[in-house]
Design a protein around this ligand. Structure first.
Ligand SMILES: [Zn+2]
Length: 161
């Protein structure tokens, strides 16, 4: 991430010692600053994937823990009075297989893309292919921005009402 393009950047303390710190920082920032765009990046599933392996009980336990943090972040947005105008995206930068990633199997290349909120169709599912850089195009579309000529991403227009 290019931190020069951000107006705020913060790193949570060691996850293993303070597992709730990042979520707490996000909740506080949302309630105090009402951000226009916020990314909360949990990197711990990557570590569990390398240590215990992907597709293991430990990995799914970590995802369940993260699911709780997503719930808390949605609650913080609600308490900030921003729920009706907010769009949530949950995604990842890679999948994994056994204790690694970076190869060309679908388990390593496929990631979730979940989008929900203002003007997003409910309960839908699309089957078109999507690439990582399409996430940025979709976000640019949400903000009504014309994407730079050099971008090759496509906004996922089918998710909108
Ligand atoms: Zn990794």
């Amino acid at each position: 991430m290019d931190t020069l393009s951000l107006n705020h950047h913060a790193q949570a303390p060691d996850y293993n010692k303070h597992p709730e710190a990042l979520c707490g920082m996000a909740e506080k920032y949302i309630k105090e600053k009402h951000p226009t765009l916020l990314a909360v990046c949990f990197d711990n599933p990557d570590h569990v994937g390398h240590q215990a392996g992907h597709d293991t009980p430990e990995y799914y336990a970590k995802l369940k823990e993260l699911d709780g943090y997503v719930g808390r972040i949605i609650q913080a947005v609600t308490e900030a009075g921003m729920l009706k105008e907010t769009i949530f995206i949950v995604t990842a930068d890679h999948g994994g297989i056994e204790k690694g990633h970076g190869g060309k199997t679908m388990q390593e290349m496929q990631t979730p893309f979940i989008i929900s909120g203002k003007d997003i169709k409910k309960g839908g599912e699309f089957h078109e292919s999507m690439m990582q850089y399409d996430v940025a195009s979709t976000i640019a579309h949400i903000f009504g921005l014309k994407q730079p000529q050099v971008w090759i991403g496509r906004p996922m227009l089918q998710v909108f009402k």
